[in-house]
Design a binder for this molecule. Structure first.
Ligand code: 0A1
Ligand code: ZN
Length: 897
């Protein structure tokens, strides 16, 4: 489908929100499903909104063929204005109005995968945020909530399963080999939660009885060959249901809860009421095809979509600027769910560290670039571009801060009040904040609610500057906290944020010192939460017998950069050795390594060694510490990567960073050689595969050790370790170990890497999700010989590569441009030429996927020459395309501003 040469898309502003002029109460949809021409009959009842001045009815529609419009059963005059259907002469006073609209659309040509589309012989829908308008004319906005009745008709043999939201009322056969199903969803919902599926699927089913004695049917629908990969998804769903009841008192409100997996999907999954539609990546798993990370991803996404049933569906968003109301809250809930499942304090910390790493890699980076926006954005051109790490992950940190400020019980009270007030409504982030504050009137949150709410309105990552001074005579320690926040697009100056700082003080012997704020009379605590709500504040602790080492921002209690002024390496080493907070212990190692990596990048000459001896000794001590878990050790020894190092620099030379990162990896491999050997031997065998944290940690550590042993072999010419890695690759009983061994061969630049890749392809050529891994591995491999771009180009021609499949595009093209900086940023500009070619090619197929790829250039202005000029040229070439999608146009024009 071709777009008109563009008039630039209008900007939508949050402050322009107006309630709709009409409400839609009921929708009765009938679909005659046909891939090339699907007929949609839409019968609605409407009424005027008495609170809004009288005006014509303007319905949204895109890519529709309009055949008929009837008002109260009669023909009527109408206009088509741009994408809107305008009805000016609706009868006055006689509510409700019966409106009937008949349209057709072409699902088989819908490569954008928004609205109704076909995939692998089935029909699927995706309506968030604005896909429903590609199905029928509608008030396609989240504050218009209706009840839906849906009749589906389709050929029975080709589409044996017919699903929509809610409860099945009726099904049966029709003439000519067709059949039908009628569904009714008793809950009022916005159009973005509508869904239908018609496809040749089979289901894993389970019946449960909830605490209240109600029966529910749970179903996971997949293609027939995939049924053996649905057990984990069903388990995760059962755990989600139990967790939401136990932790938040929120029960399943539907007789039937369905999950459907599809291989063609723009995002991870979608929380349509009672009919969640998932990317296969977040449903299908068995030990031979899925890694530990895949299993964890499934648990958290199944949880996420299920939790949306309350936070998103029962209470939804008034408008799309409030997206974080449902997304930030639901990400927080899925993170808590995963932590609660992980169990032990150490496994919880491993979860938290993983989430913080993700946040810093993606959201902090977003916040320092041209797409920086507040958690509640003020404007957008294309809402699809605002399903971001800021709205999701930073939004989740904001919700976490409520919990930190009011405590777990206070947070539960706030949630209870939120549902008491707003169940069934479409509301705003302010409504959530108010419920939290009102439920906790004596909290720091309630006292400073307006300051706290700046987290929603101000973009940018605040910097928390901390400095401490010890007064030996007075036996006091004074901690001074000061904050600043860099300018972001459209927001040159910021007001102070409310920053909860969870902290402790560590004595010389490594023990926690009791904390008594001067003038405070309560029992001293070993840990407390300080609240900074001004630009600067000082906190003095009494009865401190010796100069302590502060441990600040424990558990990463706020999404800020922490700068510890005047702190020496000894303090970092002390925290790494003794901090009772596992997060800060890990953080100490990261800071030590990062500081030395950054100075190696900035040094006029590349130093012989990146890390000093004391850091290496400390890392070795972590590896040898019997009290620490394998998973934690693996995280500590995961070195800062090229993207993380780049984030610390004002001027980025990607090739220089690549050299330093490579030197860092080689140094750690060699310096800890003995340990890698003994760790590998101690952890290589984890027994029968079970996806749970303890054995997963052992697998992760064994794989890291093997990678280091193969790196050592690369320098010494040893063939034993690559041989062992190849053997392990061949014999692996699970995908985690198989991928680990394959990665070790690639990192070790072994001659066995290529045969292993070929064997991997041959083994898994019928497993789409495994082929995605195969493409991704090759796109992200360490580019020591400068050949990766050529190989990626060649892979575009591979018979298994399809530009129309988002998972494949993300695995090859997006992974290369976003996650392999050393291969992408080439002095000859070939990476940028490739990027521009691919963005332009994808833009004609799927604008959302193209826009995501386009963001690989977000930070081009920080590149050193010659990269910067070449990158600018490539971006301008994309921007010059006249019929560019609104999605990509918004991204590239912001980048060029
Ligand atoms: N609400 C979903 C995310 C989602 C957003 C847009 C989509 O369309 C392309 C699909 C899914 C979630 O948070 O899981
Ligand atoms: Zn979500």
């Amino acid at each position: 489908m071709f777009r008109e040469a563009t008039t630039p898309s209008p900007t939508i502003y949050r402050h322009d929100y107006q309630a709709p002029a009409f409400w839609i109460d009921t929708v009765d949809l009938t679909f005659d499903l046909d891939p090339a021409k699907t007929r949609v009959l839409n019968k609605m009842t409407l009424r005027r909104n008495p609170d809004v001045p009288a005006q014509p009815l303007r319905l949204d529609g895109e890519e529709l063929n309009l055949a008929r419009v009837l008002v109260n059963g009669q023909g009527t005059s109408f206009k088509l204005e741009g994408d809107q259907l305008v009805l000016e002469n609706l009868p006055e006073g006689a509510d409700p109005i019966a409106l009937e609209i008949f349209t057709t659309c072409n699902p088989s040509k819908n490569t954008e995968l928004m609205g109704l589309y076909t995939s692998e012989g089935g029909f699927f829908t995706q309506c968030e945020a604005q896909g429903f308008r590609r199905i029928t004319y509608f008030l396609d906005r989240p504050d218009v909530m209706a009840t839906y009745k849906v009749t589906l008709r389709a050929e029975k043999k080709a589409y044996p399963v017919l699903l929509s939201n809610g409860n099945l009322l009726e099904q049966g056969d029709l003439e000519d080999g067709r059949h039908f199903a009628v569904w009714h969803d008793p809950f009022r919902k916005p159009s973005y939660l509508f869904a239908l599926v018609a496809a040749p699927l089979v289901a894993r089913e389970q019946r449960i009885v909830s605490r209240g004695g109600k029966e529910h049917l749970l179903q996971v629908f997949v293609r027939p060959g995939d049924l053996d990969k649905t057990e984990h998804a069903m388990q995760a769903l059962l755990q989600s249901i139990a967790w939401d009841e136990a932790r938040f008192g929120l029960a399943l409100d539907l007789e039937r809860f369905m999950i459907v997996a599809t291989s063609d999907f723009n995002a991870g999954a979608m929380e349509n009421k009672g009919l969640n539609i998932f990317n296969t990546k977040y449903v299908l798993a068995k030990p031979s095809t899925a890694t530990d990370d895949d299993y964890d991803g499934i648990t958290s996404v199944i949880g996420h979509e299920y939790f949306h049933n309350w936070t998103g569906n029962r209470i939804t968003c008034r408008d799309w600027f409030q997206l974080s109301l449902k997304e930030g809250l639901t990400v927080f809930r899925d993170q808590e769910f995963s932590e609660d499942l992980a169990g032990s304090p150490s496994a919880r910390a491993v979860c938290r560290i993983g989430n913080v790493r993700g946040l810093r890699a993606v959201q902090f980076s977003e916040d320092s670039g041209p797409m920086a926006h507040p958690v509640r954005p003020d404007q957008y051109q294309e809402i699809a571009n605002f399903y971001t790490a800021t709205v999701y992950e930073k939004g989740a940190e904001v919700v976490r801060m409520y919990q930190t400020l009011v405590g777990r019980d206070g947070f539960r009270k706030g949630m209870d009040l939120y549902f008491q007030r707003h169940d069934g409504q479409a509301v705003t982030c302010d409504d959530f904040a108010q419920a939290m504050a009102d439920a906790n009137p004596d909290s720091a949150l309630a006292a400073q609610l307006e300051v706290f709410k700046r987290w929603y309105s101000q973009a940018g990552t605040p910097v928390l500057h901390a400095s401490g001074s010890y007064d030996a005579a007075a036996q006091t320690y004074t901690l001074t906290l000061r904050q600043s926040c860099p300018a972001t697009p459209g927001q040159p100056a910021k007001q102070p944020f409310l920053i909860p700082v969870r902290m402790g003080l560590i004595g010389r012997d490594g023990q926690a010192l009791p904390l008594q704020l001067q003038g405070d009379t309560g029992t001293p605590l070993l840990e407390r939460v300080l609240v900074l709500h001004d630009t600067e504040a000082s906190f003095t602790f009494a009865d401190i017998p010796e100069a302590p080492v502060p441990s600040l921002l424990r558990q990463f209690s706020a999404p800020v950069w922490l700068e510890l002024q005047g702190e020496d390496e000894a303090a970092q080493l002390h925290r790494l050795a003794h901090d009772s907070d596992a997060f800060n212990r890990w953080e100490a190692a990261q800071r030590l390594m990062m500081a030395q990596a950054v100075s190696a990048v900035q040094a006029s000459e590349m130093p012989a060694q990146v890390l000093n001896a004391s850091t290496l000794d400390a890392l070795r001590a972590v590896l040898r510490n019997p009290a620490l878990d394998a998973a934690f050790k693996q995280l500590v020894l995961t070195l800062p990567d090229e993207l993380e190092i780049a984030e610390e620099l004002d001027s980025v030379d990607p090739q220089r960073i690549k050299m330093v990162s490579e030197a860092l990896c080689q140094q750690v491999a060699h310096a800890l050689a003995e340990d890698w050997l003994s760790l590998y031997e101690a952890h290589e065998n984890t027994g029968a595969y079970v996806p749970e944290p303890v054995s997963a940690g052992r697998r992760a550590l064994a794989n890291l050790a093997l990678e280091n042993l193969c790196r050592i072999a690369r320098d010494s010419g040893d063939v034993v370790w690559p041989g062992k890695a190849y053997q392990r690759f061949k014999d692996a009983s699970n995908m985690t170990d198989r991928m680990g061994a394959l990665r070790a061969l690639l990192e070790g630049q072994s001659v066995l890497a290529q045969p292993a890749l070929e064997r991997f392809h041959a083994l898994f050529q019928d497993e789409a999700l495994v082929l995605d891994k195969w493409f991704r591995l090759q796109a992200t491999r360490n580019d020591l010989d400068g050949k990766v771009l050529g190989q990626v180009r060649a892979l575009l021609q591979h018979k298994d590569f399809h530009l129309s499949n988002p998972n494949r595009v993300r695995s090859l093209i997006t992974a290369f441009c976003h996650a392999n900086p050393g291969a992408f940023h080439r002095a000859d500009a070939a990476g940028y030429v490739f990027w521009a070619d691919q963005v332009l090619a994808l833009d004609g197929i799927n604008a959302q996927i193209a826009a995501r790829l386009a963001r690989a250039m977000d930070h081009w202005k920080r590149l050193a020459e010659p990269y910067r000029s070449a990158a600018g040229e490539a971006i301008r070439r994309v921007a010059a395309k006249p019929d560019l999608s609104a999605d990509v146009r918004e991204v590239v024009s912001r980048a060029l501003q």
